[in-house]
Design a protein around this ligand. Structure first.
Ligand code: ADP
Length: 323
């Protein structure tokens, strides 16, 4: 059954050029974890604020569990306890411990429940042995976990995350994303996660939605979108694209190019060789076509100046509409 329904959202800010959201519709079932990816300015934050009831839309509706989500022009106190939105600039109480921060929203709840809920969340987020620390005595990742645990203290129905980890370093972020993936799965939480980073999205979500110019370009499982991208914009989110000769809309991904030093195929010379995790990234100048291709040398056997014969399987060719 549909849990969250968004229908026909339009939003245009006064004094701003363009439309932030343009006939945006989306639905989600309970327990689904959707990542919305798109470049900066594509309307992601506006969408989350409208879903949370914190921004007034020009047109369209948001419905959660059959109830309309009212915007600040329709409701005296903006926002809902059931819909929690977390940003990069979350604020913890600096003079309260991790535990006190987490239980703060539960101030009016029954004491036994508060104790149980807080210890459940501390345990779930692996923070039990750090519960007495102040925020400044926690790492960036741990502080972020406290912020999310606090948002979950009142058992919201929907968690919205707006680029929440942009200020963490890469190692902290990778560990945290793996932990959150498991935590959200364990408590069967419905999550919409907004990011411009595809690898973050893949680490946490079970479905992706690519957004551009206030609209959905494509939605689906990551593997489906990877193998059948709707257009060049979507395809290029996953990897560089090599154009096939004169054929304007046919492309091959670097990881699908087969390279050898003999045989028949297109001839190219290695102009650049960069070390990457798992492979060497080669820039190859194709002699006849006079264009550069990027290819992956996973055996790390080719060097600068090598003459390569390049082939590919027809099944890997992407035929893509322009954006
Ligand atoms: P994203 O989160 O994908 O970066 P946003 O929703 O923040 O996108 O912004 C979408 C568009 O709306 C952008 O063109 C942005 O400049 C504009 N915008 C966002 N917030 C405001 C605002 N408060 N006032 C005016 N324009 C805004």
């Amino acid at each position: 059954m549909t849990f969250l329904t968004i229908e026909g959202l339009h939003k245009r800010y006064q004094n701003a050029p363009g439309t932030a959201l343009n006939d945006f519709s989306l639905s989600l079932i309970k327990g689904q974890r959707l990542a919305i990816i798109g470049e900066s300015g594509s309307g992601k934050s506006t969408l989350l604020r409208i879903i949370a009831g914190l921004e007034v839309q020009d047109e369209g509706t948001v419905t959660l569990s059959g109830n309309p989500v009212l915007n600040p022009s329709q409701k005296l106190v903006a926002g809902y306890d059931d819909i929690q939105l977390i940003h990069q600039q979350f604020k913890l109480y600096p003079f309260s411990t991790a535990e006190e921060n987490i239980k703060r929203p539960l101030i009016q709840y029954d004491k036994t429940y508060v104790k149980e809920r807080t210890s459940f969340l501390l345990d779930l987020f692996g923070l039990t042995d750090k519960k007495d620390r102040l925020p400044k005595q926690l790492s960036g990742g741990e502080q972020q976990k406290v912020a999310i645990a606090r948002a979950l203290s009142i058992e919201p129905e929907l968690l919205l995350l707006d680029e929440p980890f942009s200020n963490l370093d890469a190692i902290q972020k990778r560990v945290l994303l793996e932990e959150l993936h498991d935590i959200f799965e364990e408590i069967d939480l419905t999550v919409i996660w907004v990011t411009h980073d595809l690898s973050d999205a893949l680490a946490v979500a079970d479905e992706l939605c690519v957004m551009r110019g206030g609209k959905i370009v494509q939605r689906g499982k990551a593997a489906e979108i990877f193998s059948k991208p709707k257009n060049r914009y979507v395809a290029s989110m996953f990897s560089r694209l090599n154009q096939l000769g004169q054929e304007k809309n046919k492309y091959i991904r670097p990881q699908h190019v087969l390279a050898d030093t003999s045989g028949t195929g297109m001839v190219g010379v290695v102009k650049k060789c960069q070390f990457r995790l798992g492979y060497n990234h080669l820039t190859v100048l194709l002699e006849e076509e006079n264009i550069y291709w990027r290819i992956q040398d996973s055996r790390r056997v080719f060097n600068l100046g090598d003459r390569l014969i390049l082939t590919y399987n027809e099944k890997d060719v992407l035929v893509l509409e322009e954006d």
